[in-house]
Design a protein around this ligand. Structure first.
Ligand SMILES: [Zn+2]
Length: 431
């Protein structure tokens, strides 16, 4: 009788355990499938590249591989914590691909890479924050080379008492400098991808990079089979346009920014940009529109999973909490953009790229967008696009002061980021 009771009891317990395990798996399967649909798969055409089932999350190099169940990456449910640890210790796509059928095992990089105990933070000590001031121009000429500038002639009829000359790279660098000062005063360790006004992430100006590194880079691409002999010779000829050289540099330098940030391994990253009205094309005169918005990773398009590195970032965004945390951080920052700057938050129909290239999130003004930096920077991030520089009032305000760190509007933008960051940290405090 006793044995019978034990048998019944064990069937009851194990049956129950199996049931609860299944329920838990089902909950996770639903959650992560929904996450991909809501934030990662912009056109709902990527289902042939991944599978989320009772084993965990699998990513395939092609739809044919999925049919054959030949995985490129596989992270089991019980490996999620180890996946995040490995990610923070700098493991890349090659490592995870090699571990698809075995255990993940990584050492924490250092003590300081532990998740900070936000609940004990009165100030920001122990917190590592990366800031990326967008673009590189330190003067108007460089702004023209990277085509991130505004030049309006004096036009008293339309309300411009002075001519306007603005290079976005100068505005972002000044904002980053002011924000860095504020965060450091609260005890945070802050890393800037560009160390001086006009510097690139290579620690030198673009002109200096052209002198030191351009030729080697072209030779390197040629040796890697990415350029034909004809193209190489064309690129090395003295006739080759500076703007075209910049376009080669641009992607290489963005990759460098992501590498520097991931090496620094911050708790979160702030990417600073200023926007313009896309419909004011040519930007010959000021306009009336003005909005704030922020971007985070996600919204992959068909064709965006063409390399192992890209598919790995897709996997990372599924498995890690980077998307969820970025929504919180960006939501807090966007909300402060509106209150401090008195500029409206953009809705999904306020710009073509929001309508056609992004996915909305539950936070107003926060959009998933698959940009080079939102894709390759790991950890929570906010990619800020504050105000329209070509707005009639904004261009007048931003034109003031040659040292942009003394510009009152820039000070307000830095303050908005700062307050948003504090709101995000305070929210984590409460939770
Ligand atoms: Zn920009």
């Amino acid at each position: 009788m006793k044995q019978y009771c034990i048998l019944i009891l064990s069937i009851f317990i194990t049956g129950n355990l199996a049931f609860s395990q299944d329920t838990l798996h089902q909950y996770k399967i639903n959650y992560y499938n929904q996450k991909v649909i809501k934030y990662l798969d912009r056109e709902k055409q990527l289902s042939n590249f991944y599978k989320i089932d009772k084993e965990g999350v699998k990513v395939y190099a092609s739809p044919i591989d999925k049919l054959k169940d030949s995985v490129e990456f596989k992270i089991k449910w019980q490996q999620f914590a180890e996946f995040n640890k490995c990610l923070r210790s700098g493991k890349d796509a090659t490592y995870f691909a090699s571990k698809k059928h075995s255990q993940l095992s990584c050492d924490q990089k250092s003590e300081s890479t532990q998740q900070p105990a936000y609940s004990h933070l009165k100030k920001l000590s122990g917190l590592k924050i990366a800031i990326d001031p967008g673009h590189v121009a330190g003067d108007f000429e460089m702004g023209k080379t990277e085509m991130k500038f505004l030049s309006f002639k004096k036009d008293s009829v339309n309300g411009l008492p002075d001519s306007i000359q603005i290079a976005e790279g100068m505005l972002t660098f000044a904002t980053a400098t002011l924000l860095k000062e504020k965060l450091e005063a609260d005890g945070a360790t802050v890393f800037l991808t560009r160390k001086q006004n006009g510097y690139t992430a290579f620690g030198k100006t673009f002109d200096q990079w052209l002198k030191d590194d351009y030729k080697n880079k072209v030779e390197e691409l040629f040796k890697a089979g990415k350029l034909s002999t004809e193209k190489k010779n064309q690129m090395l000829s003295s006739q080759y346009d500076k703007r075209k050289k910049f376009l080669l540099f641009k992607d290489i330098e963005l990759a460098k920014r992501a590498d520097l940030i991931n090496e620094f391994d911050p708790d979160f990253t702030v990417i600073i940009h200023f926007n313009v009205d896309e419909t004011n094309l040519g930007w010959k005169k000021p306009g009336n529109k003005n909005y704030n918005m922020t971007f985070i990773g996600g919204a992959f398009m068909p064709g965006d999973l063409s390399s192992r590195e890209k598919r790995f970032e897709f996997l990372r965004m599924i498995v890690s909490n980077d998307i969820e945390e970025s929504i919180q951080l960006s939501g807090a920052v966007t909300s402060q953009f509106e209150s401090v700057l008195k500029v409206k938050t953009a809705g999904p129909n306020d710009a073509k790229y929001l309508r056609e290239g992004c996915l909305s999130t539950p936070q107003k003004g926060v959009y998933c967008r698959n940009l080079q930096l939102t894709r390759y920077i790991h950890g929570p991030l906010v990619y800020g696009e504050t105000l329209y520089q070509d707005n009639i009032n904004e261009c007048k305000a931003l034109n003031k002061e040659s040292d942009k760190t003394k510009n009152e509007r820039i000070k307000e933008v830095a303050e908005a980021y700062y307050k948003g960051i504090w709101d995000y940290i305070t929210t984590k405090n409460v939770n």
